[in-house]
Design a protein around this ligand. Structure first.
Ligand SMILES: [Zn+2]
Length: 217
């Protein structure tokens, strides 16, 4: 059983069983396998919290690789200039506002919080933006009205589908919150957001692009 720091030259397989930390942990654990063409596996339930975290971690790793490639092309001077600017901005923010949360969404209700959220495929109303909560980095809908409307399943990993019978597209999956209360993890690619008084819906690719307020559970 090994995570960081242990190098086993002959190791060609890493098998993790229900163990996911952050994106650094995902990269670190894969790095335990030093042999060429080594492989890394995660054993977990489909669509479980660990499954979603691992998927998030891999996306973040892809983002990191892309950023490294982009900055290599831009050159060291542009990179240093940006780092200095970011540092200056961070220090300025810290001295005026105190530490800022780095979680998804806004830290307090803003006019970027969606009034209503609808099925992207058929426009059916699903829930209010104020019903969204954060379980770690997973966005869940916590709303009895949504339960009544969509009648979602209650076991972890089961699919949630659009309540409109002629649509019935997949909206996300059930995850278990504390005390085994079901939470409805909605996938943003199935949703459209009406924000403020805007008449056109907004679409997002990733939850990190949505700037509305979501209270942490
Ligand atoms: Zn629908």
């Amino acid at each position: 059983v090994a995570q960081e720091g242990l190098d086993v030259a002959e190791c060609s397989y890493v098998i993790r069983y229900e163990f996911v930390s952050n994106e650094i942990g995902t990269v670190q654990s894969r790095g335990r396998a030093r042999a060429s063409q080594s492989k890394c596996f995660l054993i977990t339930e489909a669509l479980s919290l660990n499954y979603q975290r691992e998927t998030d971690n891999r996306l973040k790793e892809e983002d990191m690789k892309q950023a490294i490639t982009e900055w290599r092309e831009k050159g060291i001077e542009a990179f240093q200039t940006l780092v200095r600017k970011e540092q200056a901005d961070l220090l300025k923010n810290l001295s005026t506002n105190g530490p800022q949360p780095t979680a998804l969404g806004a830290s307090q209700p803003t006019n970027e919080t969606a009034k209503t959220i609808h099925c992207r495929f058929c426009d059916t109303f699903l829930c209010k933006g104020s019903s969204l909560r954060l379980q770690g980095t997973t966005v869940v809908c916590c709303d009895q009205a949504f339960e009544k409307l969509a009648n979602p399943p209650k076991s972890a990993g089961e699919k949630i589908v659009c309540p409109n019978r002629t649509c019935h597209r997949e909206l996300g999956a059930v995850i278990l919150l504390s005390r085994n209360v079901p939470g409805y993890a909605l996938q943003i690619s199935s949703l459209k957001f009406f924000i403020g008084s805007e008449t056109l819906p907004r679409l997002f690719k990733k939850w990190s692009q949505y700037q509305g307020y979501m209270q942490s559970l």
